[in-house]
Design a protein around this ligand. Structure first.
Ligand SMILES: [Zn+2]
Length: 394
């Protein structure tokens, strides 16, 4: 199957599925609200949409190879306990028919206690409990039972993860293994959470700023095309500013993307320190943060995983932020998408496929049948001067 990325319409929240060329699945966040569980509600039934896109194992159980939690906020983890199996894989019950998580990718924030800056919802507690269980199992046996793996995204403070280095990904390094398979289908560079030394102050340790930021490089079957996908949960302006300070001069290619998920649901707060309500159009963006988010490759696309973006004071999504993102893609309205607007117009997900000719957007009528090239993605050869495989793994 072609590598593909699907953005589910979950309002202000994230829920993104990457399908690798080897059919492995990487799910980033979920936001399955009670309304989506209720058949009488006309909000999109994202859990059915997800299940349709997942494989089943030899025992008929749906699974994701990897579940990445960007950060433990409600709009990124809602529905975990209800729809996903937690605990030993052998305890899975047919009558519950929950989705298995073969490998968790989790920020080390799960090791921290709740605090003023770190209040956690029930689903986030359940995630942390399961993550800790898997880590404890690893500490005891230096291995994982199949289907109960975990990789920790970044070292924890004070050396708390030093004894489990084998399952900790250092910030700046690439992950090339998903659920123990390593076949070149992808690599993902971990850009954040920034190490405790790089955090600016205690305030920056808030949940949003603990967000996992990953830049994926997905390969097509022939290894002729790479899709660079940058996703960063709800990371705020301070983090993007810092990333540019750290990498702008020498490693700006680490931030390059064909597809960007606009952080924090197209929030103004990821682009600026200045208050929109006080300053309005006079509010200025932070140049470094904007630079970090502007490393768009030719024909690149930006997705806002959010409610419809209106010209009002709502935030997120923020209309001025949308304008900033639009200008990053050369003002081309066909290269900026909002998940809920797309759902309202087309009753479908936003999905892209990586085929031999480049990145193409699936359309509502042809989804799951054929893909048609859009102007940008039609990027046929995509002028890949910047995007060859060797470079993407630099
Ligand atoms: Zn969020």
């Amino acid at each position: 199957m072609a590598a593909q990325i699907s953005f589910f319409p979950v309002g202000n929240g994230d829920m993104t599925l990457i399908r690798l060329r080897n059919d492995q699945s990487i799910l980033i966040d979920i936001n399955v609200t009670t309304a989506a569980d209720d058949a009488s509600d006309d909000r999109p039934d994202v859990i059915s949409q997800l299940r349709e896109r997942l494989e089943k194992d030899e025992n008929g159980r749906s699974f994701v190879d990897v579940f990445v939690l960007s950060h433990p906020d409600q709009d990124h983890i809602s529905g975990l306990e209800k729809h996903f199996h937690l605990g030993p894989e052998n305890d899975w019950k047919k009558e519950d028919d929950k989705i298995l998580i073969k490998e968790m990718w989790s920020s080390p924030i799960i090791f921290r206690r709740a605090s003023k800056n770190h209040k956690i919802c029930e689903d986030a507690k359940a995630w942390a409990k399961e993550a800790r269980r898997r880590v404890a199992q690893y500490r005891e046996t230096s291995s994982f039972p199949d289907g109960e793996r975990i990789q920790i995204m970044g070292e924890d403070a004070d050396g708390k993860t030093d004894d489990i280095n084998e399952i900790v990904v250092s910030v700046g390094d690439c992950i090339e293994t998903a659920n123990s398979i390593r076949d070149g289908a992808f690599s993902a560079r971990l850009l954040a959470p920034l190490s405790p030394d790089d955090q600016i102050d205690e305030e920056e340790l808030s949940k949003n700023n603990s967000s996992v930021i990953l830049r994926f490089a997905l390969q097509n079957k022939e290894n002729t095309e790479t899709c660079h996908f940058l996703t960063g949960g709800d990371a705020g302006v301070a983090i993007w500013e810092r990333l540019w300070e750290l990498h702008g001069e020498t490693k700006s290619e680490w931030l390059e993307y064909d597809i960007l998920q606009a952080p924090h649901h197209c929030s103004w707060r990821s682009l600026s320190y200045q208050s929109w309500s006080d300053l309005g159009e006079k509010a200025q963006v932070n140049d470094n943060a904007v630079s970090a988010l502007s490393q768009v490759l030719e024909g690149g696309i930006i997705i806002s995983s959010s409610k419809t973006i209106k010209k009002d004071d709502a935030n997120p999504p923020h209309e001025r932020a949308k304008r900033e993102y639009l200008s990053m893609v050369g003002g081309d309205a066909d290269r900026f998408f909002c998940t809920m607007e797309h759902w309202d117009e087309k009753s479908d997900l936003i999905e892209f496929e990586l085929v031999g000719s480049g990145i193409v957007k699936k359309t509502a009528k042809t989804a799951r049948a054929a893909a048609t090239a859009i102007g940008v993605g039609g990027t046929a050869t995509h002028a890949r001067a910047h995007g060859d495989v060797a470079r993407s793994r630099s």
